[in-house]
Design a protein around this ligand. Structure first.
Ligand SMILES: Cc1ncc(COP(=O)(O)O)c(C=O)c1O
Length: 442
């Protein structure tokens, strides 16, 4: 038990919890009240090892003093100032710092407040760019089955997860999808990039044959996380890049979870060796201490849109809080830690150990696949007969009660710990998870 206990709230009714089983939670609440380093603490002070960096976002671990102090200091200097037709110094500083980390040429940065806003912003930039370069017929957006790009109408429509769409009727028009890359019959238990599936990018040729020169952009996660960890097959992203170039289509990466070190480089683009035209980010950008997202674009796109208008506003898009001073301060401090502590290097140093620990669960009951890359792992379980998702949810609850936070989507347990993880944490994660899998099978 930790000495610092925080009172539980008396009333759980008013907060409509996002992506949650509100009824179940409010009957059996599991609360997190405090965090430090690799650990969360319940209101009573019970320790929970963070196997998910919150929601793939606290890459530098929790409660980093430098970030806390930067936010406190900035709040006292400038709480808020608009960035519409005005500017404040720290927003420019933060954008320049982000541009130092993005791949060469992706040097222009548009700030948002979340991954969802980044996805919609990226799609709007792609459409505006095509129009500005005289290709106004390019109005189609292509996503991928099982893709997740947040919950705005753009990201939801281009995303390919049925459950996220079914309550909401019509989606954006002019959207099509590539097939997902999950091929368990060929790739089960792959370590790192699976060998089979590069050909799935060729479906873009079919969409071009169908739609001609009306496609503006293709958006994919370089490694799909929220759908349950789908690692791109060897050669797949390069094929997609080549086909986009061949047909005048922009390639957008959604790097909301792969950005800021998770794959052992600043961004997934670097590790996977294929650079997009536009890249979204959020989460690790501020270590999640203040909400912030961003979209980095190549200079050609920025210049074309900016020059496309003789005078006046060039791009009719923006958020009240784009470049918010507190978020910018958090981003600068988080990036300082990312660089100074070489978080990507830490990932590369521990990823083999992580991989072997993850795959040690291969013979655990009901495990039907294990996938991993960088500091990510997905463990897929056979569904309980007639009760899809139930087995993983039971394991999630058991892990929590045993002091470990994991995340589940469907019957897949997804792990993405803070990048400061050490070997003894890795051991604890997979021992606790393995025990939970065994106990749930009994
Ligand atoms: C790839 C990807 N894009 C977008 C989002 C949405 O981000 P947010 O929840 O900050 O809107 C997420 C969230 O997990 C994500 O994984």
């Amino acid at each position: 038990m930790n000495e610092l206990s925080i009172p539980r709230p008396n009333n759980l009714d008013a907060f409509w919890m996002p992506y949650s089983d509100n009824k179940y939670f409010k009957d059996t609440p599991r609360l997190l009240a405090r965090a430090e380093g690799m650990l969360y603490f319940t209101p009573e002070g019970r320790e929970i090892l963070d196997g998910t960096a919150g929601l793939w976002c606290c890459n530098a671990g929790h409660g980093r003093r430098e970030i806390v102090e930067a936010i406190q200091k900035q709040a006292a200097i400038l709480d808020f100032a608009p960035t519409f037709q005005l500017g404040h110094p720290i927003a420019f500083e933060a954008a320049a710092r982000v541009a130092e980390l993005t791949p060469e040429g992706l040097d222009r940065v548009f700030f948002t407040n979340s991954g969802s806003e980044s996805a919609d912003t990226a799609l709007k930039i792609a459409l505006a760019y095509q129009r500005a370069r005289g290709q106004a017929q390019r109005v189609r957006l292509v996503g991928r089955e099982r893709g997740y790009h947040g919950v705005g109408f753009g990201g939801m429509s281009v995303g390919g997860i049925g459950t996220n769409r079914k309550q909401f009727g019509a989606m954006l028009p002019y959207v099509d999808h590539l097939p997902h890359t999950h091929l368990p019959e060929h790739n089960a238990f792959s370590k790192g990039l699976p060998a089979h599936g590069a050909h799935l990018a060729d479906d873009l040729e079919h969409l071009v044959a169908l739609h001609g020169d009306t496609i503006a952009a293709v958006m994919v996660e370089p490694l799909a996380g929220s759908t349950g960890v789908l690692v791109p097959p060897v050669g797949y992203l390069q094929r997609l890049r080549d086909l986009c170039d061949k047909h005048g289509i922009l390639l957008i990466y959604d790097e909301v979870i792969t950005g800021f070190g998770r794959l052992g480089t600043h961004f997934g683009a670097e590790r996977l060796g294929v650079v997009p035209d536009i890249m979204t980010m959020a989460k690790g950008l501020t270590n999640a201490a203040v909400p912030m997202g961003a979209v980095a674009v190549n200079n050609e796109i920025y210049d074309t849109i900016i020059r496309g208008t003789a005078a006046g506003i060039e791009f009719f898009h923006g958020y009240t809080y784009s470049g918010h001073p507190l978020a910018a301060a958090a981003a600068l401090a988080a990036i300082d830690i990312h660089v100074r502590d070489d978080l990507p290097g830490r990932v590369r140093a521990i990823e083999d150990y992580w991989q072997e620990a993850a795959h040690s669960l291969r013979s655990a009951p009901n495990v039907i696949d294990i996938r991993n890359h960088g500091l990510i792992a997905g463990i897929e379980l056979a569904p309980l007969p007639g009760k899809p998702n139930e087995r993983a949810m039971r394991i999630f609850r058991r892990c929590f009660d045993d002091g470990l936070l994991v995340r589940v989507t469907g019957d897949i347990v997804a792990l993405s710990p803070p990048l400061i993880i050490e070997k003894h944490h890795v051991d604890r994660i997979f021992t606790t998870l393995g025990d939970a899998i065994h106990k749930e099978a009994a």
